[in-house]
Design a protein around this ligand. Sequence first.
Ligand code: BYC
Length: 334
Amino acid sequence: MYTQAMDTMGKDGDAPALQTADQQALQARFDARIDAGDFIEAKDWMPDHYRKTLLRQISQHAHSEIVGMLPEGNWVTRAPSLKRKAILLAKIQDEGGHGLYLYAAAETLGSSRDQLLHALHTGKAKYSSIFNYPTLTWADIGTIGWLVDGAAIMNQVPICRCSYAPYARAMIRICREESFHQRQGYDSLLVMMQEGTPEQRAMVQDAVNRWWWPCLMMFGPPDAESTHTAQSMRWGIKRISNDDLRQKFVDATVEQAKVLGVTLPDPHLHWNEARGHYDFGHLDWDEFWRVVGGEGPCNRERLAARVNAWEEGAWVREAALAHAAKVAAQPLAA
Ligand code: BYC
């Protein structure tokens, strides 16, 4: 299963010209299955471009999950109560689990875990821009739950219907857990807003001010500038475009902000009766591309932490392999 070595970070070109009648028949059958809404399994024939697109997206998603553990990990020792610490630990552990489901789904496409992680550690692979921002106060942890996980759910629920079945199955489990993550964040902020001191309420507002715009950028560049959206939607990998998901997120979040009692930091945010949606201000796409390009506030720190974890964990991998070899060498019990 893991023998189709490939450069996971190669730019996806057009699908190679089909060589034979057999390949044309395979392509036609694949297209018909996609059009019929069938799921594609790992053992099924698929065009190389489809496989590379999935490998890129799923591995980026996996990397985002494990890099996403870092900003939250920053607050484990300083959580304000045992209850909040236990919730935070459980959430971070869930993110590690999501990374594992997703790396396993990516491996079914012909890349090894080592190849995927090498791409992350050498800076060739992307991970979500949002995790390159710092967590400055405890309110950032609640805000990540509410807004970052909220954006993640908006983006990820449609992926439960992704045409590639192993990814879709992983996403069903992940989305269930993300809902809990979002709720715990909102609950934590609600307690601070309703029962907290004026300083705590100001801390929540400050966190929302800093996270709002980066969260809107999580959905990716505008559709007109998105390299992959059209093809990914044709293949049923993406079901809803970047801009449409961003709009859905804004519409849902404005109402939640009202209940919470915070102001979203956008003077242009207002209900547009004709569109049936909230209008919102312009995003700073220069900032987005700077962060994606490695120049965000925490890019270097995040990557260094992952590389360090890999190097310091070498003895665990070696011990696990030695143990597995020992078990395999033992005769089977009668
Ligand atoms: N950050 O053509 P586009 C989580 C890149 S985990 C960085 O629209 P696509 C959580 C994009 O890769 C959240 N790069 O691309 C975890 C492409 O560059 P390449 C992660 C971004 O793939 C722990 C270029 O821009 N979620 O929520 O069609 C704790 C053009 O973009 C970003 C997922 O990964 C970005 N934000 O659409 C808490 C979900 N956006 O690859 C929470 C799965 C775009 O050509 N992924 N780029 O070099 C997706 O749905 C899609 O991949 C995206 C982008 C919507 C992200």
